[in-house]
Design a protein around this ligand. Sequence first.
Ligand SMILES: [Mg+2]
Length: 445
Amino acid sequence: MSSFTKAGSKRKASEHLDAPSNVGPTLKVAKIHSFFGKKTEPTLSGSYKWLDPLGPALSCLHGVNLNPKPSTKVAAFDLDGTLIKSDFGIGSSRKASTSTPTAAPSWEWWRASIPAKLKEVIDSGFTVVIISNQALKPAALKAWKLKISSIAAALPDVPFRLFAASAKDGYRKPMPGMWTELERIFVEDGVTIDKAQSFFVGDAAGRQYTGTKSDFSSTDRKWALNVDISFLTPEEYFLKLPPHTNFTLPGFNVSSLPTDLPTITPTSSPLLPHPPKQELVLFVGYPCLGKTTFFRSHFEPAGYIHINQDTLKTRDKCVKEMQRHLQDGKSCVIDNTNRNATTRKYYVDVANQLKVSTRCFYFMGSIELAWHNNLYRTFNLPPSVATVESKRELVPYIGFSGFRDSFEGPSLEEGFREVKKVNWVFKGTLEEKKYWSMWLQIDGK
Ligand SMILES: [Mg+2]
């Protein structure tokens, strides 16, 4: 607070907001309107406008205050707890969800110096972008939109662009969708962002404190890491406090995976019988561990029949389909999760009756990795890939927890001639690997 000494008249106005007050929200906001209304013509109402929402589900809300110019230097800010005081857990938005809003919910600047500081940022050639997660119910969202107009009206000389992720998808921080949209929009205007000169300020920084409450989340810090721009907390950026180095980034990151694993073990026996021989192969493993891709690479070229319950709907149909093909002398792969011995026995028994030998391919990988791959495939493919690939639906978390809760590792006692283990090895371009390697999460799974 004290580091901003060049207090202009505008700043004094915003300081009203920081002062404890019993004045109701609408009165408080009206005060700002009238103050700035005297200074700036024409009237401030309508300085902010919502543009068409973005994304396949139109979940990325998008708006502009005044007429923000693209710049190679981006100053990005989180909203709640960064530019304005957070109403996290006690918020006016929660109250608003039970009634139809007519006035903007109350809000206050995080510190009185915020408007002046944002003006400084604009004056030094940055473009200002607000990046916010707002998974609110429709009524609350309506109130929140009124709040944005009210905030914009209090920034009559700060053009800015705002993105808000309104659903749990690839726009939600820490996933980088809002940045991807920003880059795309700027490129359309012939501007390529210089990441080295850009930064993001947010309060969800994973900071740990002794004796007091830690940050509720670390998604802002993770977002900056994903986007690959500098990160600062509001205290570091606005108050010039030294960096808070005691922070944690909980959750799964691919950097925790072992490297240099052989793809398949044991390597002493061939992947396919040599010479070729009819067989049944059962896959075992979580969804999203590359089972179908493995089939396409190794078994399909050798003429194996692909049997999959997502396609055939029931296990009974899978068993019948397999039986028919085995009787025809074909080899089959059962590309299901095949979580326990009971499930696998349905297939093994039929193969045994037909005197066809069976093998098992066990796809290794934790539930965290499998879920991460699910998020990656659904929400975080590189933009160049996402635009050409057909949209995938997220596999629900129950598909992963259900497997985990009833899993039995495959063993030779079940009648398999061999059990091979398939380790997860990312296959793709460098660009794809970059997007796969990001922090990916959706709150509450
Ligand atoms: Mg925040």
